[in-house]
Design a binder for this molecule. Structure first.
Ligand code: FES
Ligand code: FES
Length: 161
């Protein structure tokens, strides 16, 4: 990288991307510049979780992640969870439970809930609260969000699921 930045390559929701990034650019800026609208920037300080994306299977606050460091990584955003028109079960549960109002925080919660359920298929209430504790919802839809996570856990655990 020089003062003008660098050319980086990564995989975004399964598609190869090659783009120029400036040294100061955050990953969220680059993702939004590529046309993504799922990850949102709110606090810009790593405090709210609205900008959460997965980089090499680790959830990160993309507002704090220097885009140049994403070179060679696999990035997944909320846009990558659905299969075509088919929502993921976590996305569907958020809809069924009404787990959002304005929706600004939703992609971050969906990403973290997806991560939790992959690591811990039957999370306790405490584990759900702990895993989602870095995500803030100004509309206070926490009860519905927790309900959505539990709904996915119960559906996945159901016979024949
Ligand atoms: S915008 Fe990144 S954590 Fe709030
Ligand atoms: S639904 Fe509005 S901030 Fe969470």
């Amino acid at each position: 990288m020089d003062a003008q930045g660098s050319l980086i390559s990564f995989t975004l929701n399964g598609q190869p991307v090659r783009t120029h990034v400036a040294p100061h650019q955050s990953l969220i800026e680059v993702l939004q510049g590529l046309g993504l609208q799922g990850p949102r920037e709110s606090c810009g300080q790593g405090l709210c979780g609205c900008c959460t994306v997965s980089v090499d299977d680790k959830m990160v606050s993309s507002c704090l992640y220097i885009a140049a460091l994403a070179d060679g990584t696999q990035i997944k955003t909320v846009e990558g969870l659905a299969s075509g028109e088919q929502l993921s079960d976590v996305q569907q549960a958020f809809v069924e439970c009404g787990a959002f109002q304005c929706g600004f925080c939703t992609s971050g919660f969906v990403m973290m809930a997806t991560d939790l359920l992959e690591r811990c298929p039957k999370p306790s209430e405490e584990q759900i609260r702990d895993h989602l504790s870095g995500n803030l919802c100004r509309c206070a839809t926490y009860p519905e969000i927790f309900k959505a996570v539990k709904l996915v856990a119960s559906k996945r655990g159901a016979p024949g699921a």
